[in-house]
Design a protein around this ligand. Structure first.
Ligand code: ADP
Length: 462
């Protein structure tokens, strides 16, 4: 968390209407020791926070999102609830090691005394908000969806999940609120120590991924595709169908809708490898090949997973000719197009499995290193049959927090929509789908899914 500019005693007049944090990581948890609320309520302005709060935590090594040591707890949670798909149906995701319910279960198992001495568990986001309001801040719906504990439909904690993780958890977690809720004003600690206006409101904090969705100004039916080392897909969904791959969160902008997140590990590094093998290590040559090969690649389909993929869990390179026969290699130009088409067909198929629907107004917002390549974006546009815009995403999570603060505050006095509040410049339209493409890709998408099932089946037999 960063302070937003200025010297310590500077009067933050510009922040008198609302204050938001810079983005915070999802899934981390903080364990407040019994009686800490009192301390938080009466922070002495002459002390820095790390001194004032030094006795307040019952666990010093709080788990963060990078922890993957909770496999046993994940198995237990899925078993308790009736299986991975049942858990996904309720909480939006199957059990993940980094998700907070499983992290809490491990803390309870390994440190029962410290767990019993804890009166409140915050996420990193609600922890940071607590510091600003000088009281325990509620967890927001969106970040709460990354815990394997929240029923994303009822928007309440799920008792079976809570009981499977640790006793007395409901009281320790407190309430959950829409992400646009105004939690109150900044505490007198911030007024006295840092010169905040006492009228400065604090809107619920959330995690970096939901905040990014707000920062990119996604709307219903839109997709944001980040083409970086890994490829990530953010989707705005109305009627989610949670699956074993991907995550569904309650939408941070409009809490009756949802957002989905899909991560594909084999992104740019895989593209670079094929570029080096097939186009003389040149992106320009790579683009020439994409321009000179037809949409649909004459029926050739490829799966390119240099490292174990997450979506789906498969590794290796698998190629199929137009008759669905496995082949060991493709000509170089076919290989290049098979890679890019394969990567984007997978994204569309997995998005649709999560309930995503391409609407007439759908737009794709592309970002990340490969989004500067118009020929790669043309394939993306053709496969989704939607226009592609590029966005500058530097600090989209922080920007999203600022938008959400303004929106949250405006909602108190009127039914303003997010779009009413956020008057930012339009993104740049780069490509539109070619008219013949949809006809080509509809049957190819079906074949891609069939070939993928075969690849998954074969990888399980090996
Ligand atoms: P990170 O996920 O590490 O933040 P970036 O979003 O910065 O990654 O993307 C970096 C990647 O962009 C590089 O690995 C490179 O493969 C890719 N890239 C850069 N220029 C091009 C281009 N012209 N065409 C395709 N990919 C590109």
């Amino acid at each position: 968390m960063k302070r937003v500019g200025g010297k310590r005693k500077q009067k933050w007049k510009t922040y008198t209407y609302a204050y938001r944090h810079t983005a915070v990581t999802q899934h981390g948890s903080v364990y407040w020791r019994t009686a800490s609320r009192e301390v938080l309520n009466h922070l002495p302005a002459e002390q820095p926070l790390h001194i004032a709060l030094q006795t307040c935590f019952s666990i010093s090594d709080s788990p963060i999102w990078m922890d993957s040591s909770t496999r046993a707890e994940c198995h237990h949670l899925e078993k308790s609830i009736g299986g991975a798909q049942v858990l996904a149906n309720i909480t939006g995701s199957r059990a993940y090691e980094r998700f907070t319910g499983n992290q809490i279960a491990k803390v309870y198992k390994q440190k029962p005394k410290e767990y019993s001495q804890c009166e409140r568990i915050s996420l990193v986001s609600s922890f940071a908000a607590s510091l600003f309001i000088g009281d325990y801040a509620p967890i927001d719906y969106s970040d709460g969806s990354g815990m394997n504990l929240l029923d994303i439909h009822k928007k309440t904690w799920d008792e079976t999940c809570l009981n499977a993780c640790a006793p007395g958890l409901k009281e320790k977690l407190g309430s959950v609120v829409p992400s646009s809720s105004v939690l109150g004003n900044v505490s007198s600690y911030h007024v006295q120590r840092y010169g905040f206006s006492p009228h400065c409101s604090v809107v619920a904090f959330t995690g970096d991924n939901p905040a990014s969705l707000a920062g990119m100004r996604l709307e219903e039916g839109d997709i944001a595709v980040s083409l970086g080392t890994s490829d990530t897909l953010f989707l705005w969904i109305k009627d989610p169908t949670p699956a074993l791959e991907g995550h569904i969160f309650i939408n941070p902008v409009h809490f009756e809708d949802y957002m989905a997140l899909l991560c594909f590990k084999n992104g740019s590094l895989m593209r670079e490898k094929i570029r080096d093998n097939c186009s003389s290590a040149s992106w320009e040559e790579f683009s020439n090949i994409l321009r000179s090969t037809p949409p649909g690649n004459n029926g050739h389909i490829g799966f390119f997973f240099d490292v174990m993929e997450i979506t789906p869990q498969v590794v290796g390179i698998h190629r199929f000719n137009a008759k669905n026969q496995k082949v060991s290699e493709f000509p170089q130009d076919v290989e290049v197009r098979a890679l890019i088409e394969g990567q984007f067909m997978a994204k569309r198929i997995y998005a649709e499995r999560l309930g995503y629907k391409i609407l007439p107004q759908t737009k794709i917002l592309a970002t990340g290193g490969a989004s500067c390549n118009q020929d790669i974006l043309q394939v993306l546009s053709d496969i989704f049959n939607a226009p592609v815009h590029t966005i500058a995403t530097a600090n989209s999570a922080c920007l999203g927090c600022a938008y959400r603060a303004a929106h949250g505050l405006a909602l108190q006095s009127s039914a303003s929509t997010f779009a009413d509040i956020v008057k930012a410049p339009q993104n740049k339209l780069v490509v539109t789908p070619r008219p013949e493409a949809d006809k080509v890709y509809q049957p190819l998408l079906k074949r891609y899914a069939e070939c993928e099932s075969e690849v998954i089946r074969a990888s399980k037999i090996l």
